[in-house]
Design a protein around this ligand. Structure first.
Ligand code: I3P
Length: 104
């Protein structure tokens, strides 16, 4: 699964992240790995991505019910104590990302 989402890193390795801004990211889910990039990278080699992928193995993903500032936001909590908020363009897109992450 791949597409553009807005992303805010809330907690990184258990600590409140200092950069708290929302930014558009190109996201690709490949197996247990969620690759984030500033721009679309479809079909490119994984190592071409800007950042280390986020492992979604043993993660928790759900609608961010408690985050009321934006619509269609889901939260990903990783096994190693990072938390990300992702905003999709619409409700169905949000649900399809949640489903895709849960399957991996
Ligand atoms: C952040 C930016 C985010 C905001 C965050 C701010 O400031 O305004 O949109 O998150 O609030 O710190 P900056 O752009 O200077 O980094 P929300 O949109 O979720 O409010 P936060 O620190 O309460 O997370």
């Amino acid at each position: 699964k791949m597409g553009y989402l807005q992303c805010k890193t809330d907690i990184a390795d258990g600590k409140r992240n200092s950069d708290r801004s929302w930014r558009p990211v190109w996201v690709e889910l490949r197996g247990h790995a969620l690759f984030l990039n500033k721009e679309k990278k479809e079909g490119s080699h994984p190592f071409a991505f800007d950042e280390q992928p986020i492992s979604v193995k043993s993660s928790m993903v759900d609608i961010a019910y408690d985050y009321t500032k934006k619509r269609n936001v889901f939260r990903l909590k990783t096994y190693n104590g990072s938390e990300y908020l992702f905003q999709a363009d619409d409700h169905d897109t949000m649900l399809s990302w949640i489903e895709a992450v849960q399957k991996n």
